[in-house]
Write a protein that binds this ligand. Structure first.
Ligand code: ADP
Length: 167
């Protein structure tokens, strides 16, 4: 019998995580307290031209969540709802920063619900100090060797230094 039949609330937090930031980590920590199990699922999206490979993104997430026993890191390339069926999960977690996130998130949540009526999306608002933080901004700062220590965990800072090492 599946875990969910025993009343376990399994949620999936999908995203690119290229790389994971303190904003993502804040959502992970807070939602891990709400759900019994949280699967952070790295999207293997070939159209986005990522800086870090899926393996690197997954490994960084594993390192920065190693103290959270009910958080599991995985990756997927399929449609999210198909992946969720495999995992027997019906709950999606997404973070909301500013109003600018809203329209896209609403579109995705309603599409996923249309594709599978049992899917529910939960939005967690960002802690104000992280509302303007994104993986793209972090990469932009790191590319020009600016300080990213307040924006990402130290493991990610090191990995960024590796990618943008001065030649
Ligand atoms: P995607 O490409 O799916 O948007 P991201 O890795 O950029 O993937 O984001 C994954 C999720 O994390 C999204 O729900 C996004 O809104 C949320 N998120 C990203 N940055 C932050 C932040 N600073 N605070 C809260 N939520 C965030």
């Amino acid at each position: 019998m599946s875990q969910e039949h025993f009343g376990m609330k399994i949620a999936v937090y999908p995203g690119s995580f290229d790389p994971v930031t303190n904003g993502h980590l804040d959502i992970i920590r807070r939602s891990a307290k709400v759900f019994d199990k949280l699967i952070v699922a790295v999207l293997n999206n070939t159209s986005k031209n990522p800086l870090f490979t899926v393996e690197e993104r997954t490994e960084l997430l594993q390192k920065v969540t190693s103290d959270l026993p009910n958080v599991e890191i995985d990756s997927f390339r399929d449609l999210l709802i198909n992946y969720m069926k495999d995992k027997n999960a019906h709950l999606i977690v997404r973070g909301l920063r500013a109003v600018s996130d809203f329209e896209y998130e609403l579109q995705m949540a309603s599409t996923n619900q249309k594709l599978d009526e049992n899917i529910e999306t939960f939005f967690m608002t960002s802690t104000p100090m992280y509302s303007y933080l994104s993986s793209s901004i972090v990469k932009e700062v790191a590319r020009f060797h600016g300080p990213v220590g307040d924006l990402v965990p130290v493991e990610v800072e090191k990995a960024l230094h590796g990618k943008y090492a001065r030649s």
